[in-house]
Design a protein around this ligand. Structure first.
Ligand code: F6P
Length: 364
């Protein structure tokens, strides 16, 4: 007898296990149920807040030289424990581990690879702010018995077979895509089920909301400065409409807002970060979020290229990220093209502002 609700397991079995044809994703639904179990366990740990005794620094740094919080390590272990035993994974990569974690003996190895950020936005923990987990699943081509290598993980994001995030806010939600749209599930805490509440999420093509850490403005490239300047000018500028700005310092929270009501999120290429590669990590932040955004009708680029077409060179590679409402992201990509071709001088010149005599004749 049906109660009219779709749980995560039912959704996955209907979508993946009963999918006919040669591309049926054997075992993927079971793997995603294990990932969801990690997320429920993390949600329970986070809900205890400071009473859980897991707040504060772990007195260690990760591979990026960033201070690790106790909860960064606890949540990393939760993912490992829930996902290593089921015979579906060959190995895992995470923000909190230097190298590839090959599934150890005595567990059998499977055909999937999992990359994850167990606690995104962890600087929000101490202020009881929103945090999240992000994950990406791909298939390895090599034999399943060998230990996976770095090369197995260094594949473009377009090859992901599933991606998702959990947002730990007033409600815990799991948002996933297995390549047939982006779908949101809300955790029914007293029962322990994820229930489908946001089916086939669509990002509006247009938006008047942008998110960027403006304290980095002096390090940005001219096309990003141009876009943000025009947004700030609002109805007095060439956009002829007012914009809102938001910054939560958690990529999960920003992407979730964009999936719910549109907008643009930018952590662009800048002169502050090493080799100007941006701040966010390609494998377990930018790739899964780009997959979800594209599956919801949005765009996700580095500024110049589609993120999902980027072939990673290293496990912890960083990448500039500009994602969200299709028309806004396309505009920012156009600004990068005009800048690279030297066609944007009237817009980026210091002599140009909305009251200047140098106002270009053709508004963009
Ligand atoms: O490390 C990733 C991250 O925490 C993102 O989730 C977030 O968007 C960003 O860093 C916050 O950066 P900043 O410290 O510049 O606000």
């Amino acid at each position: 007898m049906q109660d009219g609700r779709t749980t995560l397991s039912k959704f996955l079995i209907d979508t993946l296990d009963r999918k006919p044809g040669p591309h049926a994703a054997t075992g993927l639904s079971a793997l995603l149920v294990d990932v969801a179990a990690s997320i429920k366990t993390i949600a329970a740990a986070l809900t205890r807040g400071a009473l859980g005794g897991q707040h504060g620094s772990a007195l260690s740094v990760n591979t990026h030289g960033e201070e690790q919080k106790k909860l960064d390590l606890v949540t990393n272990d939760i993912f490992l424990q829930h996902c290593e035993w089921d015979g579906l994974l060959a190995g895992m990569v995470s923000e909190e581990m230097d190298g590839v974690y090959a599934v150890p003996e005595p567990y059998p190895r499977g055909e999937y690879l999992l990359a994850f950020d167990p606690l995104d936005g962890s600087s929000n923990i101490d202020i009881n702010g929103v945090v999240g987990s992000i994950f990406s699943v791909s298939r390895r081509s090599a034999s399943r018995h060998e230990a996976p290598s770095e090369a197995d993980f260094l594949r473009p994001g377009s090859e992901q077979v599933a991606a998702g995030y959990a947002i730990y806010g007033p409600a815990t939600m799991l948002v996933i895509s297995v390549g047939n749209g982006t779908h949101g599930f809300t955790l029914e805490r007293d029962v322990g089920n994820f229930v489908l509440t946001h089916s086939d999420i669509r990002i509006p093509d247009d938006s008047c909301e942008f998110a960027i850490n403006v304290s980095n403005e002096r390090f940005w490239e001219p096309p990003v400065r141009r876009y943000v300047k025009e947004c700030k000018e609002g109805r007095t500028g060439c956009r002829a409409q007012d914009f809102n700005m938001r910054w939560i310092a958690s990529m999960v929270a920003e992407v979730h807002r964009i999936l719910m009501r549109g907008g643009v999120f930018m952590y662009p290429r800048d002169f502050k970060t090493p080799e100007m590669e941006g701040r966010l990590r390609l494998l377990y932040e930018a790739n899964p979020m780009s997959f979800l955004v594209e599956q919801a009708g949005g765009l996700s680029i580095t500024g110049r290229e589609r993120i999902l077409d980027t072939t990673p060179r290293t496990l912890h590679q960083r990448v500039p990220v500009i994602l969200g409402s299709r028309n806004e992201v396309a505009r920012i990509q156009r600004y990068h093209g005009e800048y690279d071709r030297g066609e944007d001088k009237p817009f980026t010149s210091p002599l140009f502002n909305e009251r200047s005599l140098f106002l270009p004749e053709t508004p963009v």
